[in-house]
Design a protein around this ligand. Structure first.
Ligand code: SF4
Length: 137
């Protein structure tokens, strides 16, 4: 059985709050460890932050630039960057990356419009596009 205690300690340390083992706010990320030991912030975010074969997982989670940037809600773009809930929500960084190639871009599936947020002109809104037909191979 794999213990999650080191990660829980890391999460508690990085934000000076202890969220226990139940839930973490989205900006307090989980980790994905590949079969070669590379550590990623998600299975859908292909940014290797380190390797558990040569570094401690806790150190990678706390100190790697990848994890530090993804936890920094003040670096979020678009409406997430202007949102009063960015420190407790932050949106899906994986979805933002999938649609924009920028993991710090605004969450494309969120319907909330932050107070006083004015979208930039001439920038098409990121909207989740539902397929109109279902393709089955
Ligand atoms: S805009 Fe939506 S997804 Fe982004 S931080 Fe605010 S509530 Fe969360």
């Amino acid at each position: 059985m794999i213990s999650t205690a080191p990660l829980r300690r890391a999460a508690a340390c990085c934000c000076h709050q202890d969220y226990g083992s139940a839930t973490l706010p989205p900006l307090h990320l989980v980790v994905f460890i590949s079969h070669t030991g590379e550590v990623f912030p998600s299975g859908f975010l292909p940014f290797a932050a380190g390797n558990v074969r040569s570094e401690s997982l806790t150190r990678i989670y706390r100190e790697s630039p990848v994890f530090q940037q993804l936890r920094d809600a003040d670096q979020l773009g678009g409406k997430c960057g202007a949102c009063e809930f960015r420190h407790i929500c932050g949106g899906s960084r994986a979805r933002a990356f999938a649609l924009t190639a920028d993991p710090m871009a605004e969450e494309p599936c969120c319907a909330y419009v932050p107070k006083n947020y004015v979208p930039p002109a001439n920038v098409p809104s990121l909207q989740w596009r539902r397929p109109t037909t279902l393709s089955v191979l």
